[in-house]
Ligand binder design. Structure first.
Ligand SMILES: [Zn+2]
Ligand SMILES: [Zn+2]
Length: 423
């Protein structure tokens, strides 16, 4: 029987992984220049981290978590980043300074759902979290950081949608208002929405079913129901985004899947992705720590799916056409030449120059040149008995085909002069 990988969990290698590295390092640069430092949490958490926190009614907790059950504990593979982050913050008292703290993570997430384009069972997420800052400026900063990530790849084919989901003061009366509205139409809603009706009627607003959408179109909207301090906050977020030159639109139907959000909620979408059009999103979640039984403190964050971003970058051809290749391929013809070239190849490698050397001594020049070609090396360097006698080496530029003769005594400096150094 052939043993294969788990469905929805992919191997990454070759050019694809090179592209991932390229994208990851660019994103990390954005985070660093905005003052965010990395945090890594374990893949396995106690189930309580998620079950009491992300809201029992959300799809994630309902049916998508991978569980590992032992005699005394139930563990889950992390299905999302924010609850793990919050667990770590509380465990290490990162919030107790009272000072704003900026963190980002880049971690694999696990959800047992039907795999499809841009949706895997093991997927990778970048996330950013800013704690201890309740200001609308902080919300605008997070949106700007996410926006800057796409801008850094020169992607323009996306939309930034923002909304306010209110606070613990003004959301309950709004929820009641929504329930009054949906009550007489309950039978016309999809099964999922009928379940949502009692505990999270706001989530009916972001149902993707056409029939539910049609009903939701005339529902009362939250922006006309939020309290005056939520209103002021929301207006200030918009002003800051304008100052930051982030193009955005208001979308009253953004409620976020997770129910610990307060005030600002935002989503980045792109038509490049097809039906699953969410590129990333987030919002303020001042209420999350109280779900852990701790005093609430302000927090705002976002998540960005790598797989989705990679699709968008592929579609728009924003990934580098060429990946790094060796500067040199050394072809020693015979033991004497190998004794000379082997230490030299190591010298170059130790100086950050990608240099390949063939350990094959009997295949001949034609075969060696083929290897240099296959590896896409910039130059091929050949030394045989004749070259040894005259104290020279033959350097071929593999791109232009031109050849030159170098003196063995100055080989290292001549090669370094032509080398592309590793980044
Ligand atoms: Zn409010
Ligand atoms: Zn529905």
């Amino acid at each position: 029987m052939e043993i294969k990988s788990v469905r929805g969990m992919n191997d990454l290698f070759g050019v694809e992984l090179e592209h991932w590295h390229y994208v990851e390092s660019k994103i990390k640069k954005v985070f660093h220049s905005f003052g965010y430092s990395e945090i890594r949490t374990p893949a396995l958490e106690k189930i309580e981290v998620f079950s009491g926190t992300v809201g029992d009614e959300t799809d994630i907790v309902e049916k998508q978590m991978y569980q590992i059950i032992t005699d005394s504990e139930t563990y889950v593979l992390r299905p999302e980043g924010t609850a793990s982050f919050m667990r770590a913050v509380l465990e290490h008292n990162l919030h107790s300074t009272g000072q704003p703290g900026r963190y980002y993570y880049y971690l694999p997430m696990f959800r047992h759902e039907r795999p499809q384009k841009g949706r895997l069972r093991q997927f990778h997420q970048f996330g950013a979290e800013l704690i201890n800052d309740a200001s609308p400026e902080a919300d605008a900063e997070l949106i700007t950081v996410l926006d800057q990530i796409y801008k850094s790849f020169e992607v323009t084919e996306y939309r930034v949608r923002i909304n306010s989901v209110g606070c613990i003061e003004c959301r309950p009366p709004y929820k009641d208002k929504l329930k009054d509205f949906f009550q007489p139409k309950l039978n016309e809603l999809c099964e999922q929405c009928q379940k949502r009706f009692e505990r999270s009627p706001m989530r009916i607003l972001d149902c993707k079913r056409e029939s539910c959408r049609a009903i939701a179109k005339t529902a009362p909207l939250i922006l006309s129901c939020i309290c005056s301090s939520c209103k002021t906050h929301h207006e200030r977020v918009k002003t800051c985004l304008t100052m930051a030159q982030v193009k955005f639109e208001e979308d009253p139907y953004i409620v976020r899947g997770l129910d610990y959000y307060t005030r600002t909620a935002f989503e980045f979408t792109s038509e490049l992705l097809g039906a699953q059009d969410a590129l990333g999103g987030g919002g303020r979640y001042d209420g999350l720590s109280s779900r852990f039984g701790k005093a609430p403190f302000p927090a705002v964050g976002f998540g960005l799916g790598m797989e989705r971003l990679m699709i968008a970058l592929q579609e728009t051809k924003r990934l580098p056409q060429t990946i790094q290749t060796p500067s040199f391929f050394f072809s020693p013809l015979g033991d004497k030449a190998f004794e000379l070239l082997f230490p030299l190849s190591l010298k170059l490698k130790r100086q950050g120059v990608w240099c390949e050397i063939s350990y094959e001594k009997t295949k001949g020049l034609k075969w060696l040149l083929k290897q240099a070609n296959r590896l896409n090396a910039d130059f091929s360097l050949m030394i045989g008995d004749e070259e040894l006698k005259s104290g020279s080496a033959l350097l071929k530029n593999m791109k232009s085909g031109t050849q030159e003769t170098l003196s063995i005594t100055s080989l290292e400096s001549e090669l370094l002069r032509r080398a592309t150094h590793a980044p």
